[in-house]
Design a protein around this ligand. Sequence first.
Ligand code: CA
Length: 429
Amino acid sequence: MTLEANNPNKKSWLPVSKNSDFPIQNIPFGVFLTKDDIITIGTRIGNYAIDLSALHQLGYFDGISLTDDIFLQDTLNHFISDGRKAWRAVRSRISEVFDAENPNLKNNTSQREVVLFAMEEVEMQLPVLIGDYTDFYSSKEHATNVGTMFRDPENALMPNWLHLPVGYHGRSSTIVPSGTPVRRPMGQTLPKGADKPIFGQSKRVDFELEMAFITTDANVMGEPVSVDEAEEYIFGMVLFNDWSARDIQKWEYVPLGPFLAKSFASSISPWIVTLDALEPFRVESPEQNPQPLPYLQQTGSHSFDINLAVEIAPEDETPTTISKSNFKYMYWTMAQQLAHHTINGCKVNSGDMMGSGTISGPTPDSYGSMLELSWQGTEPIKMGNGTERTFIEDNDTVIMKGYCEKEGFRIGFGEVSSKLLPALKSELT
Ligand code: CA
């Protein structure tokens, strides 16, 4: 499949710096608030936020079947419901309007004034109303590391792990966009050697380096989505920091899995990069052995080569990169996750979000959580300012970045950045 919007030679009349994540080949979707307090659906090229409802009013989407108010919304859910044909047509039209060869908007100063905003002038919002959030556990390296630490190095993977993408239903109410601070949670933990739990602030707050995909309406209740069709129902992807409290998790997670250790916060990058834009960066996922059951079998390339990095910035300090990983390490693909999720007839809606699970690579510098990077707190990580970290400290900012690059052309996700605030009732610890 060749999409003209993905043509690497295309240039925009808007300025785009060489290392920008947002050249004209990206055209992600998001929701922003302008300085006049107007909320709108938009896209981004270079350092400009583009108001799609203004473009629509000016007739730039004529000929595409869209309702008048499709972009005058505070979430992308309705637009995502319109389906892949609509997303593709809109992305393609935006690509034409901002093409360096197209003078229409470029030479119309009054129209440009209502369509374009400097990124500094807008405030990014949560791009979708997330109905349901599911989190998978699909990195073999991560599952092996955690199994080694918490259980038995000889049997690190549970017997089901190689046969199905393990997942659990998470909490969507506390998913927040990049820039929203997160508070250290309070909860129950079992101190080492104790036989009774105590209540207090979590002492092991961690990040999880993940990506998440956003779906459209995929099925009716009772009918599964096949693995071969699953990608048709994926709108796009974001960076995802699935904040975790390891000490709370360790005490509460048996036998039903994580609960309060995860639901206090999860942070996402605000621009959803479409699967269409990621198409040039498609790669094979790791070989699966044993072969999964037929409903999970796939041929072809169903992963994406997305470079990922995690930085920690102590308060008022420059960030230190502490991990570099890649989405392509995921053992189970997004299509397999969605096929498995619906194989029992579970309904998936527009605006649902599915987390990949922590994305750890094969080497210790590519692990996707402090739990693994500091090996349960036994091997502290050195920061640029000389201090050390085993877990995240109060007022640290965790920054995750992601981009694809090939033959000199790059698209990316920007970042998800969030600061950990001290616990609300620290005197109780
Ligand atoms: Ca997670």
